[in-house]
Design a protein around this ligand. Structure first.
Ligand SMILES: N[C@@H](CCC(=O)N[C@@H](CS)C(=O)NCC(=O)O)C(=O)O
Length: 218
């Protein structure tokens, strides 16, 4: 299995967490989104993922068929079907809907508004402060997510074990801070984040620990 990604990409971070929580081994191939015109735009990568985004999971089906799966939540569903345990989604249908609602709110209601291509457009074409733009959309979105987790949160976003909801919340909080959102204001999300980082899988998946993350010079 090969995971194509970028150290800071929150969607790659989600895929890293899913693979980690399921205990699956994979090779990581870094795609630098910022340099050389963005390696996601290279013809060999576009052939694999026409959307020109990370993450992308490359793997073989049991019969040898080669698969390229883009979209982190589709990766989650695929992994859940093929490697059911440990679960990323709860057993009950209604509970699964709640977890998926949190994940999808982040995936389609928050993250795309602060994506690299969008931020560059806001800054370079619209001539607007892209950090203020991101703060507005991420802050508003996380206010909704904070309300969503209230009723079912245990130590984690949904009960006693991490789910797809936590997998989406943790990277989004990192990015919220990057743009100046005061994440301490989200009391339940902050508590959930702390519980997640106490797990080795979450601690190791942090963006700044990835092999393509810039290293501080001594
Ligand atoms: N919904 C997609 C989002 C993927 C996405 O937005 N990836 C970003 C990095 S987090 C990307 O590749 N951006 C490239 C660009 O904006 O040019 C997913 O969950 O995989």
């Amino acid at each position: 299995m090969i995971l194509y990604g970028f150290w800071r990409s929150s969607a790659t971070w989600r895929a890293r967490l899913m693979l980690g929580l399921k205990g699956l081994a994979y090779e990581y191939r870094a795609v630098n989104l910022l340099e050389n015109g963005g390696e996601q735009n290279r013809p060999d990568y576009v052939k694999r993922n026409p959307m020109r985004q990370v993450p992308l999971l490359e793997l073989h089906e049991e019969d040898g068929t080669l698969l390229h799966i883009g979209q982190s939540l589709v990766i989650a569903e695929y992994l859940e079907e093929r490697f059911p345990l440990p679960r990323l989604l709860p057993v009950g249908r209604a509970e699964r809907a709640r977890v998926r609602q949190i994940a999808e709110t982040i995936n389609s209601g928050i993250q795309p508004l602060a994506n690299t291509a969008v931020r560059l457009y806001v800054r370079d074409v619209l001539g607007t402060d892209e950090n203020a733009w991101c703060r507005h959309w991420i802050g508003g979105g996380l206010t909704a997510v904070e309300a969503m987790v209230q009723s079912n949160a245990g130590p984690f976003a949904f009960g006693d074990a991490p789910t797809l909801a936590d997998v989406c919340i943790v990277p989004q909080l990192f990015h919220a801070r990057r743009f100046g959102v005061d994440t301490d204001a989200f009391k339940t999300l902050s508590r959930i984040e702390k519980a997640c980082y106490e797990l080795d899988v979450f601690a190791r998946a942090h963006a700044e620990l990835q092999p393509d993350a810039p290293r501080a010079t001594p």
